[in-house]
Write a protein that binds this ligand. Structure first.
Ligand code: ADP
Ligand code: MG
Length: 332
C-alpha cells in the first residue's frame, strides 16, 4: 500500500468507527429517555424505557403543559381561573376535560363524606396558602369563608361550570396531578414503551415491568431525611401521598399544613402522612387528600370500599396499613 492509500484507508477506518459510535448512541438514547421539568406548580420526573422513548417523553411533556393551561387557577387564561372570576355572575363554557374533572371531584365530595372538597379555595386563601402571607385567621373569618365552600353551589351542566356565589372558588390541587397521570397512562398504552416511571410531584405512576421485575418506590420520611420505607409494586399502579411536611408553616409551636378539613376550615391534623395505591390516578390523588383529613380508622374502613390500599403514619409516627400494604412495605 502506498503512503497515500494508507492515509485514505486510515481516514475511512476512523469514519466507520465514528459512525458506529453514533449509531450506538442513537440506539441507546431511543431505548431509554429521562426528562425532568416544571409544570402544574411541581417537578415532574419522567423515565421511559422501550422503542421511541424520546418521542414518548415529548408527548407526555406536551400533554402535561396542555392540561396545565386549562387547570391552573393562577393563570388568567385558564378555564379554572375563568370559572372563579365568573363566580356569582354566569356559567362558563369549558372543555370536556374540565367538565369531567369537576364531575369527578364533586362526586367524591359525597363518597368521602365531605372530606374532599374542591371548593376549599376560600379557606386556603384565608390561611395564606394561595399567595400572600401565612396567618392563623380569626374564627369569624373562618366561618365566613366556610359559607363559600358549599358543594351544591358548584353547578356542572353539559359544557358549563357555574359557581353560584361571588367569592366562591375551585382549586384542583388535590386531584389535577392524578388526573394528569391518567392521561399520561393513556399515552404510554398507545406507545411502544415497555416500561415507565413517572413521578408527578409525589404522585407516581409505575408502568410495565422494570429490570428485576419489581418497582421499588420510596415513601418519604414525614419527619426527617430520606425514606421511611420502600413500597414494592408490580405492573401498572398509581401511588399518591399526602402529608403535612411539604407545605406548612409553624406558629407558636403549632404546625399548620395545606390540606384543610372542610368541616372546620382548619388544617387537617389527624395524621402526618398517608399513601394510597390504586388503579386510577385521579382516585389515589383524591383519596390521599381525603384520607389525610379523615385520619387512620376512617381511612382504612373507606379504602376497602374504594378498592385501594393504604399506608401511613399517625401523629405518634406509628405506622398503619391495610394488609396488602404492610406485606409489600419494607421499613427502613
Ligand atoms: P400535594 O398537592 O401537596 O401533593 P394533595 O394531593 O393532598 O397534596 O393536595 C393538596 C392540595 O389540595 C392543596 O394544596 C389544596 O390546593 C387542595 N386541598 C386542600 N384541602 C383540600 C380538601 N379537603 N379537599 C380538596 N382539596 C383540598
Ligand atoms: Mg391529592
Amino acid at each position: 500500500m502506498s503512503k497515500n492509500k494508507l492515509v485514505i484507508f486510515l481516514i475511512l477506518l476512523a469514519l466507520i468507527a465514528i459512525a458506529v459510535v453514533v449509531i450506538k448512541s442513537v440506539y441507546f438514547s431511543s431505548d431509554h429517555d429521562e426528562q425532568q421539568f416544571y409544570s402544574m406548580d411541581t417537578i415532574i420526573d419522567i423515565k421511559v424505557w422501550g422503542e421511541n422513548s424520546k418521542s414518548v417523553t415529548q408527548s407526555i411533556i406536551q400533554e402535561v403543559n396542555r392540561l396545565s393551561t386549562i387547570f391552573d387557577d393562577y393563570s388568567q387564561s385558564s378555564e379554572v381561573y375563568k370559572i372563579n372570576s365568573h363566580a356569582g355572575v354566569d356559567p362558563v363554557i369549558v372543555s370536556q376535560e374540565t367538565s369531567e374533572i369537576f364531575q369527578i371531584a364533586k362526586s367524591y365530595y359525597y363518597k368521602t363524606n365531605g372530606a374532599f372538597n374542591v371548593m376549599i379555595s376560600p379557606i386556603a386563601r384565608l390561611w395564606g396558602f394561595k399567595g400572600g402571607e401565612f396567618r392563623v385567621p380569626t374564627e369569624e373569618k373562618i366561618n365566613e369563608a366556610l359559607e363559600l365552600t358549599d358543594i351544591s353551589d358548584l353547578e356542572i351542566s353539559g359544557d358549563t361550570v357555574f359557581l353560584k356565589k361571588k367569592g366562591e372558588a375551585v382549586d384542583l390541587g388535590g386531584i389535577a396531578k392524578g388526573y394528569a397521570l391518567d392521561k399520561i397512562y393513556e399515552i404510554l398504552k398507545m406507545s411502544k414503551a415497555k416500561s415507565a416511571l413517572i413521578n408527578f410531584g409525589g404522585s407516581v405512576l409505575t408502568y410495565g415491568t422494570p429490570d428485576g421485575g419489581v418497582w421499588k418506590i420510596g415513601v418519604k420520611n414525614p419527619r426527617g431525611e430520606g425514606v421511611s420505607g420502600i413500597l414494592k409494586i408490580t405492573g401498572d399502579k398509581f401511588i399518591s401521598t399526602s402529608g403535612d411536611y411539604e407545605r406548612f408553616f409553624i406558629q407558636d409551636g403549632t404546625r399548620y399544613c395545606h390540606i384543610f378539613d372542610p368541616s372546620t376550615g382548619l388544617p387537617a391534623k389527624k395524621i402526618v402522612s398517608v399513601t394510597v395505591v390504586g388503579d386510577k390516578g385521579y382516585l389515589t390523588d383524591i383519596l390521599s387528600t381525603a384520607f389525610f383529613v379523615l385520619g387512620k380508622e376512617n381511612s382504612i374502613k373507606l379504602s376497602e370500599n374504594m378498592g385501594v390500599e393504604i399506608l401511613g403514619f399517625d401523629n405518634e409516627l406509628e405506622f398503619f396499613a391495610t394488609k396488602w400494604s404492610s406485606e409489600n412495605f419494607e421499613k427502613r
